[in-house]
Design a binder for this molecule. Structure first.
Ligand code: NDP
Length: 274
């Protein structure tokens, strides 16, 4: 029988938790598979991906900075990959063509709805940032029919360019200073500020005691953004670990048609992080 071989490609890649997550999914399903980390040179994603599939690889995950390269590499793209202009999961179609998908958006939505028990329908959602991560999650969030979606970014031209790709949707753009005086039910930090232990320049008073404060970055302790949310008594604090596991579960389901249980895996990873 053909060996099931999967991998995640990135640069850097040592930090990736994907192998342990996917091996835990395989254990649940009761199958054996290989899942490797592959470091690709910054200008070498396509060659690495081509070699991987030519050598019999079954599916690939793609992480920073190659999600755009993966988008160009595949033969076909799902609708959500097209909205994100980025691919984090490649599978092989029955006709042998490579299909690019993006599970980051369903990952965060699934974490918010199912794990945090927080509906997005009719809620006021604020998203901080206008980079690749935000573009990846916007469409699945909009599909939940929130009351409003507002984007704040330091570079407003970048936010405008992003919103212009989502024709037909009402997405508001505010500068950080203009957030003053507004309150939101869900605030998602989709900036990379937490990677540098920084806080996006949010004014005080935008959290309420019912607000879900969600940072896409995860780590051992609270990020600066979550510390601010805590100091303002936001109702729920969450980091991106749940999103990481949920996007991986969605990838696994694409490849295997098997939906893994995620909570125990997120809990185990949380313990390791602590
Ligand atoms: P990009 O480099 O494409 O964009 C970075 C964004 O962060 C820009 O909007 C930038 O604003 C903003 N930014 C950076 N530093 C600050 C700061 N100090 N204050 C305010 N804004 C800041 O990155 P990505 O969009 O690809 O990634 C964003 C984050 O999402 C990363 O930290 C990544 O780790 C995380 N992520 C987590 C996932 C998960 O599964 N948990 C999945 C995908 C991403 P400006 O345009 O004004 O410069």
């Amino acid at each position: 029988m053909k060996e099931l071989r999967y991998a995640v490609v990135g640069h850097p890649i040592e930090h990736s938790r994907s192998p342990e997550i996917h091996l835990a999914f395989a254990k649940q399903e009761g199958i054996e598979l290989r899942y490797e980390r592959i470091l690709a040179p910054l200008d070498g994603f396509k060659a690495v991906a081509k070699d991987f599939f030519e050598a019999g690889g079954s599916g690939l995950n793609i992480t920073l900075p190659f999600k755009g390269d993966a988008y160009e590499f595949v033969d076909e793209r799902t609708e959500r990959a097209q909205a994100a202009l980025a691919v984090n999961t490649i599978s092989i179609l029955p006709n042998g063509k490579l299909l690019g998908d993006n599970t980051d958006g369903v990952g965060i939505v699934s974490d918010i709805l199912n794990n945090l028990d927080c509906p997005l329908i009719a809620r006021r959602v604020l998203i901080l940032g206008a980079g690749g991560a935000v573009r990846g999650v916007l469409q699945p969030i909009l599909a939940q029919l929130p009351l409003s979606v507002t984007i704040a970014n330091r570079n407003l031209d970048r936010a405008k360019a992003l919103v212009s790709q989502f024709e037909g949707y009402q997405i508001d753009i505010l500068s950080y200073a203009e957030l003053a005086g507004h309150e939101f039910d869900v605030i998602i930090n989709g900036t990379s500020s937490s990677l540098h232990n920084e806080l996006p320049p949010i004014p005080k008073g935008i959290f309420t005691e019912k607000t879900l404060a969600y940072d896409m970055v995860y780590g051992a302790g609270l990020t600066e953004f979550l510390k601010r949310a805590q100091s303002e008594k936001a109702g729920i604090l969450a980091d991106g670990l749940g999103m990481l596991v949920e996007q991986a579960a969605a990838s696994y389901e694409i490849w295997r048609g098997y939906k893994p249980e995620t909570r125990s895996i997120t809990n185990a990873l949380r313990e390791q992080l602590a």
